[in-house]
Design a protein around this ligand. Structure first.
Ligand code: PEP
Ligand code: MG
Length: 842
């Protein structure tokens, strides 16, 4: 017998053993041994030993077998460092041969003994000798008759008798499992799950509790919670006269664990064994500080625990389990927070494609807004509204969306676009309103005139026919796929309060409308970090007035249109202040190029001509004149504020009047925050500030009410970041708009990059889509420069991020590092951001 060989170790409570050297299963078995649970004797082979076996260096198996004197049969099971990395399947019943067959017949009966032998021959043939499973097709179902047939078939196929020496059997099993791990496919598969290239495999050789024979014999699994909901309920299956995990795959014959009206149960059949198992599983939970699934065998009424594995769980169960463990004092709140992957919360907050459902994936695009939806496809916003009016679900399909589509998006249950990336119009609006959205699905042929989509495999889906959109994974699925509802339960609420107690960076929401603000409030955002006011102008009545304003020839005409818009805006802001109940509301002045508000097609031009009582040719000419070659770098943002100042004047007045009115209703005076977009020079800020100050003075005069406000600038051009020292003294806050800043730093169109982004990421030009995960090296450097320079001249300046990155956990880590005061992201990402921020503070 070998002693003190660290690579071939009998698993005892104090043998040297670690997941990093012997794998997670070996380590877990040791923990179970320490709890004095009835674990069958086991020997762990380290990664090094297994690697040696694959290379032809077989250890002394006689010494190994000497550990198992009393046990007739063995099994070998994989033990990779992380169980998720997989590994070769377990092989049971090693040691079975003619002699043992004869001996066991007396002990457990002829049929059971034949079954064990037969199973071993077949799994050995298929997994070790790598023979074709078909060779056993003609073998008789009855094990006693099937056994000689199988032995014969084996000898026929291999020209050798089935090996009888347990040491030879074990050597071959170890060799085949060790080699299977080193195969290319296995390596690629585990690397896809995050395993390093040199991940090792350990093996566990364990005495086998038979699970077959006289008295109560069988095997099964038990866990104390439901894997879908995390609710405490003993679940699992048990199958008499079975081994391994057979109870999970045997349909029909396996029974429930607890009493169940639907059928027999272990609790009734073997109450003592059941009770013992329940205690063991509960002990694992408290002592291993994790919800565990017990793999057990019962032999002649005696319970053996073969293994404990972490209970598989979806996001909802993960939250419930972590919270329950903390509530029971088993883990600390901090640890409960660390046990939930922030992104997984998306699964709870949105409907999802049922993971059990069959998925017929027609095409893939960019997963731009999470959640799933099924509906009839439509090709125009008007059609979407018609469906909505009839109460029917529809998916809006567009090459790309623009402001004209926003109403259609509100009416649809999902949006699919051919173009665009993670910060394209459809994506930003989709996330904002919690609408599942797949963009940049350029493999699909969009045929809006024919009102149909042609998919890569040739299938055609026409308007009115159903598709399912999976915005979480970027899939387009055929027909109506079953969905799971979202669930915001008490466990989630509790976890989030723990997160809020601990985190040290604030989280606000980007919210443009009262509906968004309601959402933001319900997700406990600490304010609105970005209200994109242009999104308030898309309602039918407003759009027309807006267009009148854009078409105004004279300053007086423009003023008249703005006069109509003023009360609408004022009402919007009063609503926002009311909903946010005194929490800060940061309102960004008008940003997009004006032509975005104009119709793009002839029918739209005609409608506008009628509404404005102008000749069609005039309308068409004016629309064309407003067009720009590169609108994102054109007449937008503060440039409009400088050249058409009446718009900002109206907005500032609306904000101040709203603040005065809302302050009268609430307990505390409202201090609105006003933000200027797309600044690149100090002088821009000076000019706009002067006008806003005079609007404030005018409103103070007219109302007789004093109030204050905070002015800020969006840092979203590289120059604004570089010249932050000039800008910062004029303002009380800077909000980094990383969507435009990424666009301008890379010179990468946020609306077009989707077309080549996947190639770029695949070829590792970029590690990730920089519109999705903040580019720390480049854009991040500008953020640092901006923050440092601003702070140097104005130490009190409040800093934040409000681009889409605000909801991304890695980007939040960076923002916290740079010392930002808050992040702002779309309402549905607020819980993700709150949890991610908390994990940083743990
Ligand atoms: C930004 O550019 O990061 C930003 C928040 O503004 P928008 O997305 O509206 O351009
Ligand atoms: Mg911007």
């Amino acid at each position: 017998v070998q002693h003190n060989d660290p690579d071939i170790t009998l698993i005892t409570p104090d043998a040297p053993m670690a997941a990093e050297t012997h794998g997670g299963r070996a380590k877990c078995l040791q923990r179970l041994a320490r709890l004095d649970l009835p674990v069958p004797r086991a020997v762990a082979l380290s990664f090094k030993a297994v690697h040696g076996i694959a290379a032809g260096d077989m250890p002394d198996l006689q010494a190994l077998l000497a550990h198992f004197d009393a046990a007739p049969l063995l099994c070998v099971r994989p033990s990779s460092e992380d169980p998720d990395w997989g590994g070769p399947g377990a092989i049971l019943n090693i040691g079975m041969n003619d002699a043992l067959y004869a001996e066991l017949q007396g002990r457990i009966g002829k049929v059971s003994a034949a079954t064990l032998y037969l199973r071993f021959i077949q799994s050995y043939a298929i997994h070790v000798a790598r023979l074709d499973p078909d060779m056993f097709d003609d073998v008789c179902e009855d094990p006693v008759q099937g056994l000689p047939q199988s032995l014969h078939a084996y000898a026929e196929e291999t020209d050798e008798e089935f090996p009888q020496d347990p040491a030879v059997q074990l050597a071959e099993v170890l060799r085949s499992m060790a080699r299977a791990w080193e195969g290319t496919t296995a390596r690629l598969l585990r690397q896809a799950k995050g395993a390093p290239a040199d991940a090792g495999l350990g093996l566990v050789v364990q005495a086998l509790a038979l699970g077959l024979g006289k008295g109560e014999c069988g095997s099964g699994v038990m866990q104390l919670v439901n894997s879908q909901t995390g609710v405490r309920k003993i679940t699992g299956r048990y199958l008499s006269q079975s081994q391994g995990r057979e109870a999970l795959t045997a349909d029909g014959d396996a029974i429930y664990l607890t009493r169940d009206p639907r059928g027999a149960s272990l609790e009734e059949q073997a109450p003592e064994a059941f009770e013992e198992l329940r205690k063991h599983t509960d002990l694992m939970r408290t002592r291993l500080r994790e919800e565990m699934q017990a793999e057990f065998t019962i032999e002649g009424g005696k319970v053996y625990l073969l293994d404990g594995v972490r209970v598989a769980r979806n996001a909802r169960a993960a939250v419930a389990i972590a919270v329950a463990l903390a509530d029971d004092g088993i883990i600390a709140h901090e640890e409960a927070l660390m046990r939930v992957e922030p992104r997984a919360l998306n699964e709870l907050l949105h409907r999802q494609v049922d993971p059990e459902a069959e998925r017929d994936v027609l095409a893939r695009g960019i997963a731009a807004s999470p959640g799933a939806a099924a509906g009839a496809i439509v090709f125009s916003a008007a059609e979407a509204q018609a469906y909505d009016a009839r109460g029917e679900a529809c998916i809006l399909v567009r090459r790309e969306t623009s402001s004209e589509d926003v109403r259609g998006m509100h009416a649809a249950v999902g949006v699919l676009t051919e173009r665009g990336g993670i910060t394209s119009h459809a994506a930003v609006i989709g996330r904002g309103i919690g609408l599942p959205c797949v963009v940049g699905a350029s493999d699909i042929r969009f045929q809006p005139r024919k009102k149909q989509l042609t998919f890569p495999d040739g299938r055609v889906v026409k308007e009115g026919e159903f598709l399912t959109l999976n915005g979480t994974d970027g899939e387009v699925l055929a027909g109506e796929t079953p969905l799971l509802e979202s669930s915001r339960d008490d466990a989630l609420k509790k976890l989030m309060t723990w997160a809020d107690d601990i985190r040290d960076i604030s989280v606000r929401a980007n919210a443009d409308t009262p509906a968004d603000a309601d959402l933001a409030h319900s997700f406990k955002a600490q304010g609105i970090g970005l209200c994109r006011t242009e999104h308030m102008f898309f309602d039918e009545d407003r759009l027309t007035v807006m267009r009148e304003m854009i078409f105004a020839d004279t300053s007086a005409d423009r003023a008249a249109a703005l006069e109509l818009l003023l009360p609408m805006q004022r009402a919007d802001f009063i609503e926002l202040f009311r909903i946010m109940r005194g929490k800060p509301v940061c309102i960004r002045l008008f940003d997009p190029p004006l032509h975005e508000f104009l119709p793009t097609d002839r029918a739209g031009h005609l409608q506008l001509a009628e509404a404005l009582d102008l000749p069609l040719s005039t309308v068409t000419r004016r629309v064309e004149a407003l067009g720009e070659y590169n609108p994102m770098l054109g007449m937008r943002g503060v440039r409009l504020g400088i050249t058409v100042p009446e718009i900002y004047d109206m907005q500032a007045r609306a904000i101040f009047e709203a603040a005065v009115e809302a302050s009268q209703k609430g307990p505390d005076p409202i201090v609105p925050e006003i933000m200027i977009p797309l600044v690149s020079a100090r002088r821009e800020v000076e000019i706009v500030k002067t006008r806003i100050d005079s609007a404030a003075a005018a409103v103070r005069n007219e109302t007789g009410q004093d109030f204050s406000y905070r002015l800020g600038v969006m840092v979203e051009t590289p120059r604004a970041a570089l010249r932050a020292a000039e800008i910062a003294p004029l303002v009380s806050f800077l909000s980094f708009g990383t969507n435009d800043l990424t666009q301008m730093t890379y010179g990468l169109s946020r609306d077009d990059a989707g077309r080549f982004m996947s190639d770029y990421v695949r070829q590792r030009v970029y590690p990730e889509d920089p519109f999705h995960t903040l580019d720390i090296d480049g854009v991040g450097e500008l953020l640092r420069i901006g923050a440092d320079r601003a702070r140097a001249v104005n130490p009190d300046v409040v800093m934040s991020i409000c681009g889409e990155h605000g909801g991304n956990p890695e980007s939040i880590a960076f923002c916290r590092d740079v010392g930002f005061d808050y992040v702002s992201c779309s309402p549905f990402r607020v819980p993700v951001a709150r949890l991610a921020a908390a994990q940083l503070a743990v």
